[in-house]
Design a protein around this ligand. Sequence first.
Ligand code: UDP
Length: 355
Amino acid sequence: MKCLTIIGARPQFVKAAVVSRAFAKTGNIEEVIVHTGQHFDDNMSEVFFQEMCIPKPKYNLGISGLMHGAMTGRMMEQIEAVMLTERPDWVLVYGDTDSTLAGALAASKLHIRLAHVEAGLRSFNMQMPEEINRILTDRVSDLLFCPTQTAIDNLRREGYDHIGTEIVRTGDVMYDAALFYSQSARPPQTEVPERFVLCTLHRAENTDTPEILTALIQGLEAVSEKQLPVVLPLHPRTRAKLDAMGYDRAASPIRFIEPVGYFEMVWLLQHCSLVMTDSGGVQKEAFFFRRPCVTLRNETEWVELVAGGYNRLAGSRPDEITAAAEAMLAARPDYSVPLYGDGKSGEAIVKKLME
Ligand code: UDP
């Protein structure tokens, strides 16, 4: 059996690492990896392939930094050519980026079987490019791998019982990654304070409007000054926006560091007192590593974390951010609840594909 895996952005490398390892264990699946090039810096891409032993992509399309239409279109065109050459039995796409949608559209139009890992997630915010990518990808997939019951319920509400697409609850591949790689954690090159808040910030809706980004930064500065120092591995998009605003990072109470590899990220998650993030993956990782979380958004796809008291939504207002940080630093939720499966999602996905 041949499977074409399409990835291009940081969270997809973490997810694909898990499934690639499960593919390799079977010994009779040929996996061909296409890297669209969406993320290309060494610390946003190469480090994950090296550390997590992801097989080298056979194709690197080198497509990045364009508007959504141009990016998705160019990716589709090249992915289609790869599909015609490779003629895979399955195409596998992950999450919710433009690479996901481009792979999904190309596969479905060529009538190649398509499976979506992390299906059924919804923020119900159609302003997010990710929400559009998820909905469309789910709709054209043949097989939907859902991490949670919430994801399955979302699909049912959208009428998937009548559409006939096969839906499988597998648990979350990011939980597999957290368990497997936690032994490999190592401190980042830059020294961090003994007690700190770990923050990541990169969603377009937070970074693309200067007023919103300014409010978020003010909130994080206040947390750094009044509560605990904030350590923030800076995503290239956010760095570009802060630089364009003339923000003086060197003079900031926030400790900005370069994006870190997964092993260093796991160490930071293991050692921080609180996570503050607008990332989808990092919200879950806070839970995996038993750290309270404040989400710098007005809604989340991972609603079970908010319902369980593990996560609090703070939006972008400075006063709400500091209040949420204070509340979550004092929170002591019960982390023993298995929300994201048993750590064997990768195997479950591969087993189903082989059927
Ligand atoms: N991550 C990392 N280094 C960083 C920031 C994030 O390794 O400096 C990892 C993080 O632990 C998670 C993944 O990247 O596994 C999440 O990616 P991101 O936040 O970019 O995307 P999202 O989950 O929001 O789609």
